[in-house]
Design a protein around this ligand. Structure first.
Ligand SMILES: [Zn+2]
Length: 223
């Protein structure tokens, strides 16, 4: 059975290096940083490429100011440019945040906003059981998701659906297929695959473990 999620991931696998990313948790950007070379970062700076906002910051040694890749300020000389992983690193080295692009304020990041909006929308569509098309191009969103969340949008959605499924398994008597359907999976096979990926157990095993834990501990116990 053709699986769109799988195809999307396969495509991402052959995408440019900054789109390759590990699924480990934590700072998603940390995983793509090693794949960015100085030349790639410098290209992003010269082109003010906003796709790289969030991936790294750069400072100018002569002014001791640091910026986002997309900063609209004056372009620096390459020999003066230093690259940083984050604002903390830049400030530790005595650089001050630029007043134009505010690299010290994550809230000023319109792309991050876009990703957050999409996450909210995915979450709502999950609970309302209907699919809504994203507000911006899927290609752009796909790239932003990798940049900010460390995984593709499809994978992010699958993870959310697996979490919704876990909720239903733990708190309702619904059978596994109903749970799969209700949490938004289009086929049992993709349900089993993503569920195992998220919880390292089959839906049935998960439910049994939850039940055992509930009966064993009379007190509140948060996972
Ligand atoms: Zn700037």
């Amino acid at each position: 059975m053709p699986d769109r999620t799988y195809l999307t991931e396969w495509r991402m696998f052959f995408s440019p290096p900054w789109e390759k990313i590990s699924m480990e948790g934590g700072d998603p950007v940390a995983h793509m940083r090693p794949t960015l070379t100085d030349d790639e970062m410098w290209r992003a700076v010269t082109e003010r490429d906003e796709d790289f906002d969030g991936a790294f910051l750069y400072g100018v040694a002569s002014t001791k100011i640091f910026c986002r890749p997309s900063c609209t300020g004056r372009r620096p000389l390459r020999r003066n440019v230093r690259f940083f992983a984050d604002a903390g690193e830049a400030m530790d080295l005595g650089f001050r945040p630029c007043k134009l692009c505010r690299p010290d304020l994550p809230a000023y990041d319109p792309q991050r906003e876009l990703v957050e909006q999409e996450k909210g929308r995915l979450n709502r569509s999950l609970h309302e059981e209907k699919r809504v098309a994203p507000a911006v191009s899927r290609r752009h969103l796909a790239r932003l998701f990798v940049q900010y969340e460390g995984c593709t949008r499809a994978r992010y959605a699958a993870r959310m659906m697996a979490e919704r499924a876990a909720e239903l398994l733990a708190n309702t008597e619904k059978n596994v297929l109903d749970v799969a359907h209700e949490s938004g999976f289009e086929s049992p096979s993709s349900f089993y695959r993503h569920f195992r990926e998220r919880w390292n157990a089959t839906p049935r095993e998960f439910r049994e473990t939850q039940r055992r834990e509930k009966t064993c501990s009379s007190k509140e116990r948060r996972p």
